[in-house]
Every structure is written in C-alpha cells, then in structure tokens.
Write a protein that binds this ligand. Structure first.
Ligand code: IPE
Ligand code: IPE
Ligand code: MG
Length: 235
C-alpha cells in the first residue's frame, strides 16, 4: 500500500464539553474549562507530532444561540487562554491565526486576539488557527463579497475566478487544506466547519469527549489516517 504523506494540517471539532460536565453533574462551563486543558495538551502534541497547522473549532456562528451565561463564560475562557499562553506561543515559535468573523466577537476579546496574532506573526515553527465566530457558509459568503468588491473596482474579471483565486479569499489563505478532520463527541456531522477546505480531508470521529482528548487519542487518530488510502478521485 502506498504510504500517505504525513499530516501537515489537522483540524478538530472540539465537541462534548457539555456532556462531559453533565455526566459529572457539573455546570457546562466546567466542561469548557476542562476543554481548555485538552486544548493545551493538543497544541503540545501537535508540535511533537510535527503537524505544521492545527485548526481548532472553538466557537461557531451558531453557538450564539446558547445562554448568555454560557456565551459569556466561553468568551472569558478564550480571553484567559490567549492571555495565559501568548508568551508560550512565542517561546515555542508558534504563530496564532484566527479564522472567522472577528468583528463579531466582543470588542475586548477581538482586540486581544488581534494583538496575539500580531505579536506572533513572525513565528515559524507551526501555526495554530483558532476558528472563532466561524461558520463555513459565512466564510464562503465573505470570500464572495471580497471578490465582488474587486470585480466592481475592475481589479478582477469574472473569467479570472478560479478555485485557487477563490481559496485565496478565504479567512486564512495560503495554507494546505486539512489532511485529517477529527471530531470528538461522536457526532457524524460537520456543523458548518470548513465547508470549502474539507473537500478531500479524511474524517475521523471518536466517542471520546473533548475534555478527555489527549496525546494518546491524537496519535490514535493519526495512525488511523496513516491506514487510509487517499485517492482524490483517481485510482
Ligand atoms: C463543544 O462542546 C464546545 C463548544 C461548542 C464551544 P459542547 O458544549 O457543544 O458539548 P456538548 O456537545 O453539549 O456535549
Ligand atoms: C460544533 O459543535 C462547534 C464547536 C465545537 C465550536 P456544536 O456542539 O456547536 O455542534 P452541534 O450543535 O452538535 O451540531
Ligand atoms: Mg456540542
């Protein structure tokens, strides 16, 4: 069997925090808090596994439907996470990028995230992409709007719109599509994650709830990936 190329980009739907907390009769927010611990372990593991790009789905455009208390709690955790880990990113030469409608985040969080992106922009050992206020359909619409503006200004002709040009107008251009998409929490759905980018990604679903995800589970997913035969429509 032909060997797969190594994973350069892993994308993760970090699901199951609520169920993790419910099983323990704890508030949902405690599940999210433990989820942040799993995020730290996963970032470290991805460095050890030489994964260049790690995209984590942290908050979707649909997650605003949750209670104000849960949304506020998640935003606070995000704020704290950036604050507590910025130095560590720089120590480890990790670049932070954000995918999503940053302008729709609470202003203080948006500012903190933008600052962290700026302060890590020169780092080269790996890229952590946080999908925040992210929706796959919103990303495609936002790309179409950017392209539309260029058409109106005559900077672009309709015939020049190719898949490559379209991809260059997505939130985080210039990076390879995810090789593997991991979803914890056992649901077999995309929940509006990376609709464009996941076209040919291998999809791995595990019952493990996000707060229980760790390096061992990550390695299990990568080993599963290594047994897949990617065809990209060919033989
Ligand atoms: C995922 O955990 C985290 C976010 C959506 C921010 P959930 O809170 O969706 O966990 P479950 O699906 O209810 O278990
Ligand atoms: C997907 O999980 C979003 C994130 C992990 C940030 P959800 O819990 O929001 O997805 P659904 O509602 O089960 O589809
Ligand atoms: Mg969920």
């Amino acid at each position: 069997m032909a060997e797969n190329k190594p994973v350069r980009h892993a994308a993760i739907i970090m699901d199951g925090n609520g169920r993790w907390a419910e099983k323990r009769l704890l508030p949902h927010l405690e599940g999210h808090r433990r989820g942040v611990e799993a995020v730290k372990k996963t970032i470290e593991a991805s460095r050890e596994l030489n994964i260049e790009y790690l995209t984590l789905y942290a908050f979707s455009t649909e997650n605003w439907k949750r209670s104000q208390e849960e949304v506020d709690g998640l935003m606070n955790l995000l704020d704290e996470f950036i604050e507590a880990n910025l130095d560590e990113f720089n120590r480890n030469n990790i670049k932070l990028a954000v995918s999503g409608r940053v302008s729709g985040l609470p202003e203080s969080v948006g500012r903190k995230v933008a600052r962290a992106v700026e302060l890590t922009a020169g780092n080269t050992a790996g890229t952590l992409i946080l999908a925040l206020n992210y929706g796959g359909r919103a990303e495609i619409v936002d790309a179409a709007v950017k392209i539309g503006r260029k058409l109106l200004k005559n900077e672009l002709q309709p015939e020049e719109i190719t898949e490559e040009l379209f991809a260059r107008n997505l939130y985080v251009p210039g990076i390879p599509d995810p090789d593997i998409m991991i979803r914890t929490g056992g649901e077999f759905r995309l929940s509006n994650f990376l609709l464009w980018e996941l076209s040919y990604s291998e999809i791995y679903v595990t019952e493990v709830l996000w707060p229980d995800f760790d390096k061992g589970e990550f390695i299990r997913a990568i080993e599963w990936f290594n047994r897949r035969k990617r065809r990209f429509g060919g033989r």
